[in-house]
Ligand binder design. Structure first.
Ligand SMILES: Cc1ncc(COP(=O)(O)O)c(C=O)c1O
Length: 432
């Protein structure tokens, strides 16, 4: 069997043995086999520069040797306990996390995914407030459980039956597509809509307002500067909690601060994390103030949540991130990335907007800058062209028309230069 046919063979066996929703990027799927840092090799031996990091997840690089050592050592000691037993690893992981979470947020529970972290946050808010309704944002992505998929507000990602009672959606703070532009009027529009949604589609007693700091799957929608301060005032005015989803934006990715919400000086009541927290090991975290956590007495168990191996990976990942000061690194490399993408926007009229923060930068593709018609076909072509240039990038947006970049937070200046060079060649290929 030739190397090429192995790839095709595996892709067709995947379609035979796995659910169709486990759908890979690219018509000719990429079969990954090895990786190191920002480099990934496929089964044919081709090497790719990975600027998407398994959806913003390999925060300290693929196969980071320090994380590997921590996992190997832990596996040789004890690999599983369930949440019924105390482990040093889980306690130390929670303490390490509490060192960087804002203000009074120090009490955590660990799960296996971002989806479960969302579920835990909603349950905690409902138990604490004794209320049920939750205001989420349109265009959000929250995960794939029944509740999380109905908090998600993009038609393609929602499970196609029913909905989840008590979940309502306010307008996304999407300035590029706001009818009143980027200025203070846009913030007024988004906040007025939040108030109107609470007044007209809830009992007026919501348990929480739930939002990603930067809407990731929506295509890196960055809210205007005063949005979260005012949204926090609104939800607290109605007696509800502010839940902030940092699954994509957390752990220094947005540059300068550890968490996206810190850019706007707002302290949430509950915060959730996953992805970059453990460099690819399955960890979701829900963190809150002690008195909110107190309201959830259980009983509840998690067989794998807080698993010793995942906790070892998380502690090693956090140690590296702290030592390397990844918020500062992401700020610097983010400027480099942003400048590179902006220069591409100056060359290609189909790039409507470049946006993002730190190492979370994207570009919205349009068929015409005046009408801003979303161009999902061009984004598909660009994704494929990047693959041909041996570059991995991501895609998002309601119409699949936003290109997303989110590499390891340890990416070097030279690696970023190389990535931008390949990006430019991909744009030339996708042009026309
Ligand atoms: C903002 C956000 N929240 C929650 C989730 C769900 O995380 P998971 O896929 O780990 O369940 C995701 C996944 O992409 C996400 O982007």
């Amino acid at each position: 069997m030739t190397a090429e046919s192995r790839s095709q063979h595996l892709a067709s066996e995947q379609s035979e043995y796995l659910f169709p929703w486990v759908r890979p990027y690219y018509d000719e799927p990429l079969v990954m086999s090895d990786a190191e840092g920002v480099w990934v090799r496929d089964i044919e031996g081709e090497e790719y520069l990975d600027l998407f990091a398994g959806i913003l997840t390999t925060s300290v690089g693929h196969c980071n040797p320090i994380v590997q050592d921590a996992v190997r050592t832990q596996m040789a000691r004890i690999g599983h306990t369930s949440s019924l037993y105390v482990t040093e690893g889980q306690v130390e992981a929670a303490k390490s996390l509490a060192e960087i979470t804002p203000g009074q947020l120090k009490t955590a529970c660990f799960t296996n995914s971002g989806t479960e972290a969302v579920e835990s946050a909603i349950a905690a808010a409902r138990l604490y407030t004794g209320r049920h309704e939750v205001v989420a944002l349109r265009l959000s992505y929250s995960g794939r459980s029944s509740l999380a998929s109905h908090m998600t507000a993009q038609k393609g990602w929602r499970l196609p039956f029913g909905g989840s009672a008590g979940i309502v959606h306010a307008r996304s703070p999407y300035t590029y597509r706001s009818p009143v532009g980027h200025g203070p009027e846009a913030t007024d529009l988004f906040i007025d809509d939040l108030v109107e949604v609470i007044e007209t589609t809830t009992s007026g007693k919501p348990a929480a307002f739930f939002a990603e700091t930067i809407q990731g799957v929506a295509g890196y929608v960055v809210p205007p500067p005063d949005y979260f301060r005012r949204a926090a005032e609104v939800i607290r005015g109605y007696g509800g909690l502010l839940i902030i989803d940092e699954v994509q934006a957390g752990f220094g990715r947005t540059g300068q601060h550890w968490f996206g919400i810190e850019h706007w000086g707002v302290e949430p009541d509950i915060m959730i994390m996953a992805k970059g927290i453990a460099n690819g090991f399955p960890v979701g975290a829900t963190v809150t103030r002690p008195e909110i956590a107190e309201a959830w007495q259980g009983p509840s168990i998690s067989t794998y949540g807080g698993n010793p191996i995942s906790m070892a990976a998380m502690r090693a990942t956090l140690d590296i991130m702290k030592r390397e000061n990844v918020p500062a690194r992401a700020l610097e490399r983010g400027k480099q990335l942003r400048a590179g993408l902006e220069s591409l926007r100056d060359q290609f009229s189909w790039i409507g907007e470049v946006r993002g923060m730190g190492l979370m930068q994207g570009m919205e593709l349009v068929s015409d800058r005046a009408t801003k018609t979303p161009d999902g076909d061009r984004a598909g072509a660009l994704l494929g062209a990047a693959k041909a240039e041996r570059l991995l990038i991501g895609r998002g947006g309601l119409h699949g028309h936003v290109i997303r970049v989110g590499p390891s937070l340890l990416i070097t200046e030279e690696e970023m230069d190389e990535g931008l060079k390949r990006f430019a060649s991909a744009c030339v290929r996708a042009d026309g």
